[in-house]
Ligand binder design. Structure first.
Ligand SMILES: Nc1ncnc2c1ncn2[C@@H]1O[C@H](COP(=O)(O)OP(=O)(O)OP(=O)(O)O)[C@@H](O)[C@H]1O
Length: 322
């Protein structure tokens, strides 16, 4: 396999609170290969957004990156100066943030906002031709060129955000639940646009989401997070056919069917205080199979080529869903 475009190793990001650090992302490690899409899933509060903020070095106070490395094309982003990092954003690494469409500037025309991104990083404003080319790639009509965000539908605004993300041909795009604020039909169309653009440009993507059904159709591999820890990484096929971690099994069971899209609906939530995780397995307090042995630290380990899991009992508990 080709060298990864992005190599994340032991990334930990904590938030300081008066009663101790919230360990929002701890020891996260994964690779992203050229042209690959990796899905990052887990229920609310599992640390998905925090992990990607760490990758982009956009963690704001009271958060801080505690440790780790984030290599993009062989360069450790965590070692760059702020100015060097600023130059990486949009050109190498672009973000479509949560609620992206609400982050558009209401007082600026769509064309000017896209042009602005390009000008800030290249020193040259975008030509009308280039903006229209981007519109075409994401399926936006030419007539919105001179319009303001409030004149556009939610789906269109989301496409504008995709256009901005690809404007400078980044190697990696991180899409943070980019579609969750939209209704189901619009979600599907926007997701298809994202996939089309990704395939046309050969860009690598990290997609954060709750919707396992949508993930199944959009991503190559899935990383499952629980309470700040990645507990399993596998191809979509393996994750759905033989999820190895008990938490992944619960996640998969929460999907009614792969064609019927639904957000993750898991009762219970994260049960421990994120400032004080249990010793050993992060999932032990909710795990139906927890035993004494689960109080030992659980490292990610490969149980078959391409499937890594942080569960000492994985082989014993494995099941075939196929
Ligand atoms: N500013 C903050 N101060 C303290 N704790 C925080 C702060 N921001 C996030 N957290 C905590 O960090 C943990 C991870 O949050 P994060 O938003 O990364 O999760 P998430 O998986 O992206 O959730 P969602 O799906 O709801 O976006 C949670 O326990 C959250 O309460």
């Amino acid at each position: 396999m080709s060298d990864p475009v992005l190599k994340v190793r032991n990334l930990s990001v904590f938030y300081a609170t008066p009663t101790g650090d919230v360990r929002a992302t701890e020891e996260a490690s994964f690779d992203l290969h050229p042209g690959e899409t990796l899905g990052l899933v887990g229920e609310s509060g599992s640390g998905k957004t925090t992990a990607t903020s760490g990758i982009l070095r956009m963690v704001s106070s009271p958060g801080r990156i505690v440790s780790g490395s984030v290599e993009l094309d062989g360069v450790d982003l965590l070692k760059l100066s702020d100015e060097e990092m600023r130059r990486m954003r949009w050109t190498k690494l672009a973000l479509i943030p949560q609620g992206a469409m609400n982050s558009l500037n209401p007082t600026m025309k769509i064309s000017a906002q896209i042009s602005d991104v390009i000008e800030t990083h290249t020193g040259q404003p975008a030509t009308r031709e280039r903006v229209l080319e981007l519109f075409q790639m994401v399926g936006l009509p030419e007539r919105i060129y001179g319009m303001y965000p409030h004149e556009l539908s939610g789906g269109m605004k989301q496409r504008v955000c995709i256009a901005m993300a690809i404007a400078l041909n980044p190697s990696v795009i991180i899409a943070d639940e980019a579609t969750s604020a939209l209704d189901v039909v619009v979600q599907r169309v926007v997701a298809q646009t994202m996939a089309k653009v990704r395939d046309a440009l050969g860009v690598s993507m990290i997609m954060i989401g709750h919707d396992m059904g949508l993930m199944a159709q959009m991503v190559d591999r899935v990383a499952v997070m629980y309470a700040g820890r990645i507990v399993e990484i596998a191809t979509v096929a393996d994750m759905f056919a033989r999820p190895a971690h008990p938490y992944s099994q619960i996640l998969i069971d929460s999907v009614p069917s792969l064609t019927e899209r639904q957000p993750l609906r898991i009762t219970g939530g994260i049960t421990h205080d994120p400032r004080n995780p249990p010793e050993g397995c992060i999932f032990q307090l909710r795990c139906p199979y927890a035993q004494e042995v689960c109080r030992q630290p659980q490292e990610m380990r490969e149980i078959r080529p391409g499937q890594e899991v942080a569960c000492i009992r994985a082989e014993e508990l494995e099941r075939e869903d196929a």
